[in-house]
Design a binder for this molecule. Sequence first.
Ligand code: ATP
Ligand code: MG
Length: 468
Amino acid sequence: MGKTTFSPSSLPCDRLPSPPLELTYRNMTSAIEAATRIPRDSHPISRTNISDSALKVMSRLRSQGYQGYLVGGAVRDLMLGNQPKDFDVATDATPEQVHELFRNSRIIGRRFKIVHVRFGREIIEVTTFRGHHDDVEPEEKPKETQRQARQAASGMLLRDNVYGSLEDDAIRRDFSVNSLYYCSSDFSVFDYAQGVRDLEQRQIRIIGDPEKRYREDPVRMLRAIRFAAKLDFDIEADTAEPIADLAYMLEAVPAARLFDEMLKLFMAGYALRTFTLLREYQLLDHLFPATASALDETPYALALIEAAMRSTDERIAADKSVTPAFILAALLWPPTIQLMRQIEDTGAAPLAALQEAAQTIVSEQIHHIAIPRRFTMPMKEIWEFQLRLLKRRGKQVNSMVAHRRFRAAYDFLLLREASGEDLDGLGKFWTELQEKLPPAPPGGEADDSSEEEAPRRRRRRRRRPRKQ
Ligand code: ATP
Ligand code: MG
C-alpha cells in the first residue's frame, strides 16, 4: 500500500494539504513513530460502502467547523474488504456540542460520554477525541481533570472524559487496527499506530504498554480475543503475553458490562473460535468459573459447549435467529448437572435436584456476569425439559412437541447426544415422533428464540378504586 507520511494536523481533513507530502516524524510516544496518510488511490475504502447516515454526521460536523472522521471497526473492516456492522465517528466537538448539532441525538454513558445520533433504526456513535491524562500523577492533575477522569489504585480507569486532539485520541484507542481514521471529504485514511501494517500482517497489537493498557481497562483482554477470533488474526506476542496473568482483573469489571461483552463474544458469529481462545488465555476461569472447573471433570462437557458454539455460528451464518439462552444453557449445563448429581445422592428427586442446582449455579454466576432473568428463565426451562424428554410414553408426549420451549430443548438434547452422551436413542425417538405428527399450523412455529430478544412489555394492572 503506497503511503505518504506527514505531520499530523488538527485542521479538519478537508483543509489538509494533499499528497505528496513530506516525510515527517513526530516524537510523540514510542507507540507512534509516524503519522501516515494513505491517499484514496492507495486504499480500498469506497464511500459507497459507508452508511449515508455516517456520511451525513461527518459532513454536518465539518460544516460547523468541527472535525469528523470515521473510526474504529468500520475503517478496519472496510480496509479488509468486509462490510462493517456499525459506524463510529470521532470528532473534536464535545458531546454537548454534538448533541446541539443533531436533534435526533442523545448523550449516553458516564465512564465514557458518547453521543448516539439516530437515523431510523441506525445509530451512529459519535465520540469526542480522548486526551491522555494517565501519564500524570493524580495530585499533579488540575482539579477539573480530576473530576473528568478517575483511576483506581489498580490502574483501572473509572471515568475517562478528558478530551484531546486527534493524535491523543489515536493512542488512547485499544488496538492499532482500531485506530485508523477515514476522512470522508478527502477520502484519505490516517494511520497513527501502524494499524495498516498490522492489518497486512493480520495481527492484533495493543497500543502502548500492554500491561498498563489492560490494567486501565481489563475488558481490552476480551476485546483482543474477540477481534482475533472475528478477523482470524494472531494476537501479537507482547499483546498476548500478560493476558493470562492479568485475567483475574476481570473480577473487578461490573457484571453488567461483562454481560454486554459476553453477547459480543458469543453472538457475533465466531463463538467457537472465541471460546477456544478464552480457554487458552485462561479468561474463561474469570467469566464462567464454575464452567471452567467442571470442564475438566465432566465427561462430554467440552464437546457439548463446542457443539453449541458451532451451531450458533452456523445459525448466524444462515441468518437464523439465535438466543443467548441456548448458549448459556450449554455453558452452565456441566456445573449444573455435576451439582445436581451430588444433590440427588442425598436422596432428592431429579427435578428438585436440578432446580436447586440451577438456582445455586445461576446465583453464583450472576456475580460475574449479570445475566438478565429473561435469559436465565428460558435457560432453566431448556434444562428442565431434558428431564421431561426422558418420558417416551403417556398422553403428554404429543402435547410436549407443541410446547414453546420444545424446539430449543430438543436441539439441546441432540447436541448432548452428538457430544457423546448415550441417551439410549432419545433424540431419534423425538425426531421420529415429530415426523409422525401432523404439521404445525402456519404461524404456530414452536421456535420462540426471538422472543427473548424482544423488549418485554410491562403489563399494566388497572387500578381499582379504593374502597372507602
Ligand atoms: P465492532 O466491529 O465490534 O463494532 P469496533 O472496533 O468498532 O468493533 P466498538 O466497541 O464499536 O468496536 O468500539 C469502537 C472503537 O472504539 C474501537 O475500534 C476502538 O478504537 C475504541 N474502543 C472501544 N472500546 C475501547 C476500549 N475499551 N479501550 C480503548 N479503545 C476502545
Ligand atoms: Mg463499532
